[in-house]
Design a protein around this ligand. Structure first.
Ligand code: ATP
Ligand code: MG
Length: 299
């Protein structure tokens, strides 16, 4: 039964997205005991209920308009979308934002000792996959005829078991492929976790909670990418240091106690930029460098 006074969010129950999804909701200020194994858990401080299910069920719950908001991998979302479109079923949803976890890629792999020339290698082959609709779309666009062998698990053993000539599956480190005598030959797409919502019949109350949550989630992600950097720099090099270490806003410059040749600079900057510029900062004479985590950040 729909309750118009409480927003419902669906996340993965247990798997590669579940810890990050739970952490994101909690860091966004939601008081909720997600360690509980219940199907639905109620937030104590916000009008939000969280439902934990298998990731494959998440896009359908959103597209059917049963649940308001969901966190799911783009790979699973795209597969469900193409499947529903091919069957002319409801497939509407709104992608609110990409999240900063769940990075992986969908690739074609074949046995290590097989000779590979180009994508036409796959003409008239059989490919084992849990993503037959994404694969079909990709091969249809390239006029490649293939047969798929749909498996929901252990896809990587299909070639050695004589079930398929190759596989189309998620790859992260490549260790599973190697352990099964396979090598990646084509990357078809990259995937991230994303936040999606249903596209129909959302009342104003729910819309306002979603907007509040979105602002908080953006703040949490921004804070995770950023660091509070404090350093001392020769006054003569300050302009160059400021140019190198660009921040979210203008830096704070502070005088030092007994050294007027140097100043302290405080800036909120991206962690990547800090690592990229660290050698140059040192060459400019920066010292006493401290890099601190930021818990939350609202611009
Ligand atoms: P479920 O039991 O919920 O159906 P599953 O076994 O289908 O789970 P998981 O292996 O937990 O799925 O992966 C969930 C999602 O996490 C994938 O669909 C993908 O979007 C993402 N993912 C896959 N591999 C990685 C990885 N190495 N690192 C981060 N995210 C990943
Ligand atoms: Mg799954």
């Amino acid at each position: 039964m729909q309750n118009n006074n409480r927003l419902r969010i669906v996340i993965q129950k247990s798997g590669r997205l579940s810890t990050d999804s739970k952490q994101l909701l909690i860091q966004s200020g939601m008081k909720i005991d997600l360690e509980d194994k219940r199907l639905i858990t109620f937030s104590e401080n916000m009008p939000i209920d969280v439902m934990c299910v298998r990731d494959d069920d998440i896009p359908g719950l959103i597209m059917d308009g049963i649940i308001d908001l969901g966190i799911v991998g783009e790979n699973v979302l795209k597969e469900e979308l193409l499947k529903r479109q091919s069957k002319l079923e409801d497939s509407n949803y709104i992608k609110l934002m990409r999240l900063d976890f769940g990075h992986c890629k969908l690739s074609l792999s074949i046995p290590i000792n097989t000779n590979y020339f180009d994508i036409n290698f796959f003409n008239h082959t059989r490919i084992a996959t849990s993503y037959p609709y994404i694969l079909k779309k990709y091969f249809d666009d390239k006029n490649i005829i293939f047969k798929s062998c749909s498996l929901n698990g252990s896809v990587e053993v299909a070639p050695s078991a004589g079930l398929a000539d190759g596989i189309f599956d998620l790859v992260s480190t490549g260790a599973t492929l190697k352990a099964n005598g396979l090598r990646e030959v084509e990357v078809i797409c990259y995937s991230y976790a994303c936040l999606i919502c249903k596209s129909n019949n959302m009342n104003l109350f729910k819309k306002s909670i979603i907007n509040k949550l979105l602002t908080r989630i953006k703040g949490v992600i921004k804070a995770r990418e950023s660091k509070y950097i404090m350093l001392h720099t020769p006054r003569s090099q300050l302009k160059k240091v400021m140019k190198l270490l660009r921040g979210a806003e203008e830096p704070t410059i502070i005088e030092l106690g007994n050294d007027n040749k140097k100043v302290a600079m405080h800036v909120v900057s991206s962690e990547n930029l800090f690592w990229e510029t660290m050698e140059e900062l040192k060459l400019l004479g920066a010292s006493s460098i401290l890099v601190l985590p930021i818990e939350k950040m609202m611009e």
